[in-house]
Design a protein around this ligand. Structure first.
Ligand code: ADP
Ligand code: MG
Length: 698
């Protein structure tokens, strides 16, 4: 049997393979492109393509694909085989530099939000050499960006790469001011912790809501849920362990550093965390991870649910986006250093993040907005929809001391003078374990916890990189023109703390009192739903910031806003239709059958002895009958609400109708059905209950 180091990355055209298979000249030219973003020489592309093909064919690949991330949020691929006819009637395996660099998928059915006229439906894909090619099944996958012929981004990778470049540019300006002349680039890196549910395929197949919507639309609270906290970090069941082992092996072969795994709070809920890496690679890896999680599950007779809220009343699933920025020389810019100068630089980068999160709360909220995640945010298990930052007591005390020019009450009582004093060491102690904060400093990185489990992490990181780039731009503009660098620096840090401290909150983010304080006293934003926040993508300040850093064009922003809202409307409409269908064709008939049998029993008893009261049966039948009547009314109302969407004047108004009419009707219908479930004999219930599903994997 091969050991992990032997097979790790065996399906990746990584640096090791490149070094071994490319000539020294081609290798160094490609490496320069990867590390510094220089343009690739066409002859180099041919040599790389040939080496990739040979390597892939040796590993059994027959096809190649440009692998990309359209705005649907999942990945797309169109396979072409390597074969090309040879004069002797056979075939040879061909793959040119041109095919490596550019593809033209027929992608007319991907959403473009009006960016692409039908006559130019094809769009093109362009190789991203900074993310390694890999083999999936029998296909060589080449990570690519996806654009329209007009040059508009139609995917998530393109703006992500642009945002990384924006951050790089502004961060380097700051580093130069601090006398760093050697760093060639600054990159953001991410380690996304992925939560998910595992249930048996047998249960899944019996529930149309799970099959069509990825979440349950009905289900009474089970007698035992997560209240005992006995699942969290508990022993992993053998079937789950076998799944994880298989999953890890597949991920490791693809060079994905899956590192930790454990049970989560809810029964059947688990988490997988990789070791962090450069943001665009982490994004590709997370997309692949989600895909492989589902694929491996099906091999084990299981289904992996990535929905943010598969079960009402049970914790949902999120994704913690651990984010930091570092130089190519390995200096983490969010790590407090050992010297006063490093400390000052750290504080400046820290302030850049504080300013960014406060100024662009709306963009961060928008970046995690989906119909699914709306159910999770603020549901007492996940951060609220209000964004705030947690810094921990020690760092907070330092910032307060700077703001007020007061002595810092640290290990020794000293006045903090930037550029002179050394910061105290920060313990990664219990304080950074405040799990209720949407955006927490955890020692040398920030953990953004609002992402939904099924979200691509691209969106959140695009906004984060861009907003921080903007803070750094403002700082660099001011510092580059300053007469006295140190005074200017001190004032700027002080002013940032003054101006933006409203975003810092170290208390319990799940508390209702906090939401009141945040919105009423601090003026923080609280966009509860996707319909509330998404239109603000087009607010002047946001458009100005994102276009000035060339992350998006105005047209791209308009199209994205439209696509995201369309997606929200479609998702909820499908759920509403599924609910009406299940209520009409499964739930109501099941209740009827049960109640008919109860009535039949009562009649039989009465026939036996007319003195028997049958008050139990009578009461039950009356209650069930009330419920089916109510269900019928609620189904009608829900269906009317869905029909009324035709009157919507554009997607913004449709999304508001979804929020105000459709979603409330869904809740009402569910309430009656769930109530009926609790008094209907289990054998009659038409699909597995929460208890069946949540405790199905043993
Ligand atoms: P936990 O949050 O469970 O205590 P850690 O904080 O050690 O665990 O790590 C959580 C995630 O953060 C992991 O994916 C890890 O790779 C990632 N991480 C650690 N350091 C950094 C960093 N400098 N930049 C980005 N991600 C990081
Ligand atoms: Mg964590």
């Amino acid at each position: 049997m091969m050991t992990v180091p032997e097979y790790f990355g065996s399906k990746v055209f990584n640096d090791r393979v490149m070094k071994a298979r490319l000539s020294a000249k081609v290798y160094s030219s490609l490496k320069k492109t990867i590390d510094e973003g220089t343009a690739l020489d066409p002859s180099v592309a041919d040599a790389v393509a040939a080496a990739m093909r040979d390597w892939a064919v040796e590993l059994g690949a027959t096809h190649f694909t440009h692998w990309f991330q359209p705005l649907t949020g999942i990945t797309a691929e169109k396979h072409d085989s390597f074969i090309s006819p040879s004069p002797d009637g056979g075939v040879i395996m061909e793959f040119s530099g041109k095919e490596l660099i550019k593809g033209e998928p027929d992608a007319s059915s991907f959403p473009s939000g009006g960016l692409r006229a039908t006559f130019e439906a094809r769009g093109y894909t362009a190789w991203d050499p900074t993310s390694y090619a890999f083999i999936k099944g029998k296909t060589l996958c080449i990570p690519t960006a996806f654009c329209s012929y007009g040059g508009h981004a139609l995917d998530k990778k393109t703006p992500l790469l642009r945002s990384m470049e924006a951050l790089n540019k502004q961060a380097l300006r700051i580093l130069r001011l601090f006398g760093n002349t050697t760093a060639k680039c600054v990159r953001s890196s991410v380690g996304p912790e992925q939560e998910y549910f595992l249930i048996t395929k047998e249960m899944y197949d019996q529930r149309p809501d799970l099959r069509y919507c990825g979440r349950t639309l009905f289900g009474a609270k089970p007698p035992k849920g997560q209240e005992m906290d006995d699942h969290y970090f508990g022993a992993i069941k053998p079937r789950v362990a076998a799944y994880m082992e298989d999953l890890n092996e597949e991920l490791w072969r693809l060079g994905i550093m899956a590192k930790t795994e454990h049970n989560e709070v809810a029964p059947a809920q688990h988490e997988l965390a990789p070791i962090y890496t450069t943001t665009n690679v982490a994004t590709d890896h997370n997309q692949l991870t989600m895909e492989i999680m589902q694929k491996v599950a099906s091999r084990h007779g299981l289904v992996c649910l990535l929905h943010e809220k598969p079960f009402a009343g049970v914790n949902g699933s999120g994704k913690h986006n651990n984010w930091s920025i570092a130089t190519d020389e390995g200096q983490n810019l969010l790590s407090p250093g050992d010297t006063p100068y490093e400390n000052a630089q750290f504080l400046l980068f820290l302030c850049a993040v504080i300013k960014a999160v406060d100024d662009y709360q709306d963009l961060l909220r928008i970046s995690v907005a989906t119909a699914g995640n709306d159910h999770r945010l603020g549901a007492n298990e996940a951060p609220p929809a209000v964004i705030s930052m947690f810094l921990g007591d020690e760092l907070n005390a330092v910032l307060e001391a700077i703001e007020n020019d007061t002595p810092y009450e640290g290990a020794k009582k000293t006045q903090m003078k930037l550029g002179v004093d050394v910061l105290p060491g920060f313990n990664r102690d219990t304080t950074d374990r405040n799990r209720t904060s949407p955006f927490a400093f955890t020692g040398n990185k920030f953990e953004f916890r609002m992402l939904g489990s099924s979200n691509s992490i691209a969106c959140a990181n695009i906004m984060l990189n861009s907003a921080v780039a903007e803070s750094l731009r403002v700082y660099a503009d001011r510092l580059e023109g300053a007469d006295d660098f140190e005074t200017a620096l001190h004032d700027m840090i002080k002013n940032t703390i003054k101006d933006h401290k409203r975003i810092i909150f170290n208390g319990n983010g799940y508390d209702d009192a906090w939401i009141k304080e945040a919105t009423e006293e601090r003026g923080l934003l609280n966009y509860r739903t996707t319909a509330d926040c998404m239109p603000h993508l087009l607010d002047k300040k946001n458009v100005e910031m994102l276009t000035s850093h060339k992350v998006f064009s105005v047209e791209e922003l308009r199209s994205r806003c439209e696509i995201m809202l369309e997606n929200y409307c479609k998702t909820v409409t499908i759920e509403a239709n599924t609910m009406a269908d299940m209520a009409k064709t499964q739930i109501a008939p099941a209740i009827e059958r049960f109640s008919a049998d109860v009535a039949k029993n009562a009649a039989a008893k009465k026939a036996l002895d007319p003195r028997i009261l049958c008050s139990y049966e009578t009461g039950l039948v009356r209650k069930l009958s009330e419920l089916t009547d109510r269900i019928a009314v609620k189904v009608d109302e829900l269906e009317d609400a869905v029909i009324s969407l035709h009157d919507a004047d554009g997607v913004v108004s449709e999304s508001e109708m979804i929020r105000d009419k459709v979603l409330p009707k869904m809740c009402e219908l569910r309430l009656s059905c769930d109530e009926a479930e609790t008094i209907t004999e289990k054998a009659y219930w038409p699909f597995p209950t929460y208890a069946d599903i949540l405790f199905s994997v043993r």
